[in-house]
Design a protein around this ligand. Structure first.
Ligand SMILES: Cc1cc2nc3c(=O)[nH]c(=O)nc-3n(C[C@H](O)[C@H](O)[C@H](O)COP(=O)(O)O)c2cc1C
Length: 401
């Protein structure tokens, strides 16, 4: 049986959710599932915006057919060619042989790469700023390269002031009927997943996101229809502001994320001593992660969220403990920058981790390092408490500055 929801008078949500998938992109844990959104505009021409992942393919096709209620599908706009959104193109081409596909110059070669389809006479190639009339509604196309693939674009419905934003403004998490932002408590239930989605999937491309936000600033956007997560039909400024912070690598919270690795508990103990002293020094926002127990995508998310990072790790075979090394590589890959960082190292015979982590941090953009080879020899000793207190003072001072 089909289901759908009306977004505006002529626009319908025909997507669905997958609550079974364990890893998004076979990488990111999604305990709350994921939504694949698709939207159908019922104008003089019928226009579908993107398709969905195969996991909900049958449901999606049923939803589309129900909204069409006997009409044919005239156009499919492809804002993004990632397979979690375009996997039903071939099925639609078979079902609606007169359907034409609207995309940009980079869209169609990608269709050819993923699928064996003869689209002769079925394509409409548009470019930045082009418009397309569906009858009452005029669509306006906005290129969004590298947000987060090269062919990505957004479509703006000038008539209803709706932005179809592709992967931008999306989030992990399955919607359950309540698909609109004003039907849920986004701050409480969705923001963490939205941040983890943005920072890990799009985080590297802050400059490109800023370019799109500049284009969006000239539009009157009343509604944002992303490809994942809730539809924003009011308060879009909230989301635009979050994207502005994230894409400029500006922390949301003046506070400290302490990320430690530890085998026998001694580096963990030093991290706990530091945390208690920070709290006593008046630092309000402190979050601690044992990085062997938490997915790296959460560490990346909190690296974007917090202004200060404390990284603590033992030395392992002359190098950095592997999970910490992996997190540092991810930080670099995702362009984490502009943070104030302190490093605690550890080692029993030749402690190298502090120096090596500091070297990796200094390869990242605009980082301020508060330590210089603060290394434990197996465990934190009373004679190091003065150095610890000085570090606490520096962190607390720079947070309140
Ligand atoms: C496989 C392995 C490799 C290690 N390699 C080094 C090393 O290269 N240099 C060193 O000083 N300590 C090395 N250590 C020792 C730990 O870094 C050290 O005991 C540290 O204090 C452990 O901290 P923890 O109590 O937080 O786990 C190694 C330990 C293990 C298990």
């Amino acid at each position: 049986m089909y289901y759908y929801r009306k977004v505006t008078d002529d626009l319908y949500w025909v997507g669905g959710s997958d609550r079974r998938l364990a890893l998004f992109e076979n990488l990111f844990p999604i305990p709350n599932g994921v939504t694949y959104n698709s939207y159908l505009l019922m104008d003089e021409k019928t226009v579908l915006f993107d398709t969905v992942d195969t996991s909900i393919g049958r449901q999606f096709l049923e939803n589309v057919e129900a909204v069409l209620s006997g009409r044919s599908l005239d156009y499919l706009v492809i804002n993004h060619m990632e397979p979690d959104h375009c996997s039903l193109i071939d099925e639609l081409v078979l079902r609606y042989p007169d359907m034409k596909i609207i995309g940009n110059a980079k869209t169609f070669p990608m269709i050819g790469q993923f699928y064996q389809l003869d689209l002769t006479g079925k394509t409409v190639t548009i470019k930045e700023g082009d418009t397309f009339s569906c009858g009452k509604h005029t669509l306006h196309f906005i290129m969004a390269p590298m947000v987060h693939w090269p062919e990505a674009m957004m479509t703006y419905d000038e008539t209803d002031k709706v932005l179809f934003s592709a992967d931008a403004f999306g989030t992990f998490g399955a919607v359950g009927g309540t698909i609109f932002n004003d039907e849920i408590d986004f701050d409480r239930d969705w923001l963490d997943d939205a941040r983890r989605y943005y920072t890990n999937i799009v985080g590297k491309y802050g400059v490109q996101v800023q370019n799109v936000l500049k284009k969006a600033a000239s539009l009157d956007i009343q509604c944002i229809c992303p490809l994942h997560g809730p539809v924003w039909r009011n308060n879009v400024e909230y989301l635009l502001e979050k994207y502005n912070l994230w894409s400029t690598y500006t922390p949301e919270v003046k506070g400290v994320m302490i990320a430690y690795a530890s085998m026998y508990g001694n580096t963990e103990n030093a991290a706990n001593v530091l945390a208690v002293k920070l709290a006593e020094a008046g630092v309000k926002h402190i979050v601690m992660h044992d990085i062997s127990r938490i997915h790296v995508s959460q560490l990346i998310s909190d690296s974007f969220k917090y202004s200060h990072l404390v990284l603590a790790s033992p030395t392992y075979n002359g190098g950095i403990y592997p999970v910490m090394a992996n997190y540092l590589d991810d930080m670099k890959a995702l362009n984490v920058q502009g943070r104030t960082v302190a490093v605690l190292g550890n080692g029993t015979w030749a402690p190298m981790s502090a120096k090596q982590i500091e070297a990796k941090i200094s390869e990242m953009k605009n980082m301020t390092l508060l330590t210089e080879n603060f290394a434990l020899k197996s465990s934190l000793k009373p004679e190091q408490m003065e150095e610890m207190d000085m570090l606490v003072g520096k962190i607390a001072e720079s947070i309140t500055a």
